[in-house]
Design a protein around this ligand. Structure first.
Ligand code: ZN
Length: 239
């Protein structure tokens, strides 16, 4: 078979056969011709085959907009590339699709020196960088954020996207993150044994005594006054 290059039109059916030679045969209800229940395995295999076909099409076309969506491992040379790599395209039978640089390295593949996939992945998460800075600002001064909407206002995102990012990166909602940051700030303030407890709560951004006491107990397991008296941060004073 001649090598593919980006000038050749890609025959999708041929690619399906190349990438998925063992697709299970579809079983049909004889009377209706509809798929029988229990054919999920077939449907999953079809989804995978379609994804593989689409990836192959984009890779062979040198589609730069596919960079970041998946990686291409070349088994004959042992390297992995971005889909839009300008190097000559390998034979389709010699490639595998990989989800991440880490997965490619686990397979023993090396990063291509032309398209530099590792550099691409390292620089492509601006959301992550902005989120880290925002979370740091919240931890540093939770009293400056009265509500989750104030966190959103300090970010380039709306509350929905903000919530998704916090859940993905910190495993909690922005509201829970803010509450924990407040409690943490109070803990620091209460290292001073003369600091009035309630004043510390308000300074950290709690807007009512009841919310303060409830949240503090929820995070630390005890009341703020008790926490301060026990001198958790100076063990020789404890009890
Ligand atoms: Zn490359």
């Amino acid at each position: 078979m001649p090598p593919f290059n980006k000038n050749e039109s890609v025959n999708k059916q041929k690619l399906e056969l190349l990438t998925y030679p063992n697709l299970p045969e579809k079983s049909l209800n004889d009377e209706t011709g509809k798929t029988l229940p229990g054919d999920r395995e077939y449907d999953n295999a079809m989804d995978t085959a379609q994804t593989q076909t689409e990836r192959m099409t984009r890779f062979l076309a040198g589609d730069k907009s596919a960079n970041g969506a998946f990686l291409v491992g070349v088994l004959t040379t042992g390297i992995y590339c971005l889909p839009g790599c300008p190097a000559r395209k390998p034979l389709p039978r010699n490639i595998v699709f990989v989800e991440s640089p880490a997965q490619a390295r686990e397979m023993g593949l090396r990063a291509c020196k032309r398209c530099r996939p590792d550099a691409f992945y390292a620089g492509r998460n601006p959301d992550g960088q902005q989120l880290t800075a925002l979370a740091e600002a919240v931890r540093h001064d939770p009293g400056a954020f009265a509500h989750v909407s104030d966190i959103a206002a300090a970010s380039p995102w709306g509350v929905t996207k903000l919530t998704g990012l916090f859940r993905a990166h910190y495993g909690v909602t922005p509201a829970a993150f803010l509450m924990q940051a407040r409690v943490q700030a109070v803990v620091c303030l209460l290292r001073d044994p003369r600091r009035p407890v309630l004043e510390a709560g308000f300074e950290a951004g709690f807007d009512s005594a009841s919310a303060f006491y409830r949240c503090f107990r929820q995070v630390t397991g005890c009341a703020p006054g008790e926490y301060q008296k026990r001198g958790f941060f100076s063990p020789h004073h404890a009890y």
